[in-house]
Design a binder for this molecule. Structure first.
Ligand code: ATP
Ligand code: MG
Length: 572
């Protein structure tokens, strides 16, 4: 599917929306224009599902000459929306790498126009003011199996509708007393067409229009008209709006708007081992089951940024999951692969010991320090190199030593030789243990001075190579290890109806307060990324890290350890 084009760059894989747009351009539909929009409601923070929609909408505009994409806030419900959400959404879209230029719009920009169109619908006999209560309206609506019945107000004379609608806006009526409804068909098999509400009384102040309005338009009515106002050509949305499309078209056809965009639906992104719904994410935050919206375990854009995911990885991911109409659960491992691939070529390698144990080289002179030179990246010399102090006392990883090694343990054990990365071959001679707990306190070794990496005169094959840091030179840091947020691939779909929070992974966050890193890392700025050799990719936490006490987040491990676990569980 991915074939190189003339320029040699791989061509983007085809999907049905690309095909539709290419066809439309070929037929010079919409005068050869492509205009899309990303229309979030500012009632929460963006998550990875939104990233798919952002990449699609901005992507379709960018890859077609002259294409434009609007960033539009769907701000029609002032009681749930806020400027804090808007600012965060804008910064997340920018961080993902997209630019709306001068096309930042708000549904509230069109409130006057929407009101004029409502008057027009009333005058056309296509809308009426209804006094049924919410409960009565539900009763009258019917069900999927039975038709609805007409409201007693359905044949209210046009003049009276105009008068009541204007008085709704003038603030004469309490919330819930009246609504404006489209007059379509109470027997339609599509419930959305059974005289849907267009406007409701809402005595709420709006952060952009203040107290100008006492009525606010509903989503379905607002969305299609906003699209038409902006000259959108392809209105791309998720599948749950498929049944709303007849209403979208009815409004624009009835009003004969100068522009009639085509609504096209695609399936939502769902990811295994996490949740992608603002409502559920909100629940986790409010109940303090995670540490805020930017908790690095959350699939929010803020969380993934703090975790260290590069935006290029998310764009690549959005492309690789594809655009279809099928319900799709994507493996978390695909996202992690995209993150590893994006970080691989651009991230400096350093050494960090996460769970340290002291290692002493008894035949290395006390007080002597050797400065070893190592490149920051094995295939990218432009990233330069740094000096690493090597001395008699080091830290190595607790897991790299076993007194009684299991089979196939190729790291350090008594009597065995291993290489210290960039340095010498050492041999374990003895250990010192804590008398009370039996824990290993110190590992005593000897080194062979002729085996220095690169320049040594003696080479011997040893099975293991360990990372290390020099104890007197190392900087102490806090390292936070993150793992999947849930233990169940689909926490929201439990057959016994258990609440999704039951499946939170108690081991999704592990905090190591006493990790040791090589001194070159000193002064690393927030969000700086490193590969800790043999461990994974890490970044400096943007919230809690200080120059005095660095805090690192594990972005992703080096290899996909979960794939191995799952494979083992399947028994192959
Ligand atoms: P949620 O279901 O999490 O509350 P939403 O659909 O209510 O999300 P909006 O702010 O209305 O959130 O979404 C803005 C745009 O992002 C919409 O066009 C919506 O279709 C799209 N979008 C939201 N979630 C996903 C998803 N999981 N996959 C793809 N697109 C999504
Ligand atoms: Mg929505």
């Amino acid at each position: 599917m991915t074939e190189p084009n003339d320029s040699g760059a791989p061509e983007k894989p085809m999907h049905f929306i690309r095909t539709i747009i290419a066809e439309d351009l070929k037929n010079n539909k919409n005068d050869g224009r492509v205009a899309t929009r990303f229309p979030p409601e500012p009632n929460g923070f963006l998550h990875i599902g939104h990233a798919k929609s952002i990449c699609l909408n901005f992507g379709m505009a960018a890859e077609n000459e002259g294409g434009v994409c609007f960033m539009r806030f769907d701000d029609t419900n002032p009681s749930k929306e806020s400027e804090e959400y808007m600012e965060s959404i804008k910064s997340s879209v920018r961080w993902l790498g997209f630019d709306w230029e001068d096309r930042l719009t708000y549904a509230s920009d069109y409130f006057d126009q929407l009101y004029e169109y409502a008057i027009q619908l009333i005058k056309l006999g296509k809308a009426y003011v209804c006094s049924l209560s919410a409960e009565e309206m539900r009763e009258y609506r019917g069900t999927l199996k039975s038709p609805g019945k007409n409201s007693p107000d359905r044949d209210r004379p046009i003049e009276e509708n105009l008068d009541l609608f204007q008085r709704m806006q003038a603030g004469e009526f309490d919330e819930g007393k009246y609504v404006l409804r489209a007059k379509i068909d109470m027997t339609s098999p599509n419930i959305n067409m059974r005289d849907p509400v267009l406007y409701r009384v809402l005595k709420a102040s709006h952060y952009r229009t203040g107290d100008k309005w006492c009525i606010y338009p509903m989503y379905d009515y607002t969305h299609c008209i906003s699209d038409a106002q902006e000259g959108i050509t392809h209105s791309l949305c998720t599948l749950e709006f498929e049944d709303h499309r007849p209403l979208y078209d009815w409004v624009l056809d009835t009003l004969q708007t100068p522009c009639h965009p085509q609504q096209i639906e695609f399936s939502r992104l769902s990811l295994n081992y996490t949740v992608t719904s603002k409502r559920m994410l909100n629940q986790l935050v409010v109940k303090k089951m995670v540490n805020g919206w930017d908790d690095p375990r959350l699939p929010t854009l803020m969380g993934m940024r703090r975790r260290g995911y590069p935006p290029a990885a998310l764009r690549d991911f959005a492309e690789r999951v594809g655009i279809t109409k099928k319900e799709n659960y994507i493996e978390m491992s695909l996202l992690e692969t995209c993150v590893r691939e994006a970080l691989g070529e651009t991230t400096p390698r350093v050494m960090g010991v996460l769970k340290p144990v002291k290692l002493i080289i008894d035949n290395f002179p006390e007080g002597q320090v050797e400065e070893l030179e190592a490149d920051y990246h094995p295939n990218n010399p432009e990233m330069g190199s740094r000096k690493m102090p090597f001395s008699r006392e080091l830290y190595i990883e607790q897991d790299d030593f076993r007194e009684d090694p299991p089979r196939k343990f190729f790291r350090l054990t008594p009597g065995r030789e291993v290489r210290l990365r960039y340095a010498y071959i050492i041999k374990c001679e003895s250990v010192v243990k804590d008398e009370a707990t039996g824990e290993v306190r110190e590992i005593h070794c000897t080194y062979d001075p002729d085996t220095k990496s690169g320049t040594g005169t003696v080479t011997r094959k040893v099975k293991g190579t360990l990372h290390w840091v020099s104890a007197p030179h190392a900087i102490q840091a806090e390292v936070r290890l993150y793992d999947r947020l849930f233990t169940k691939a689909r926490p929201t779909a439990d057959k016994d109806g258990a609440d999704f929070t039951t499946f939170l992974n108690p081991e999704s966050e592990e905090i190591l307060e006493f990790s040791y890193l090589e001194p070159a890392i000193k002064g690393a700025s927030p969000e700086a990324r490193f590969q800790f050799e043999r461990q994974g990719y890490f970044c400096v936490d943007s919230v809690d890290s200080t120059p005095e006490k660095l805090v690192f987040n594990r972005t992703v491990t080096l290899r996909d350890s979960w794939a191995k676990i799952e494979k083992a569980e399947r028994g192959n």
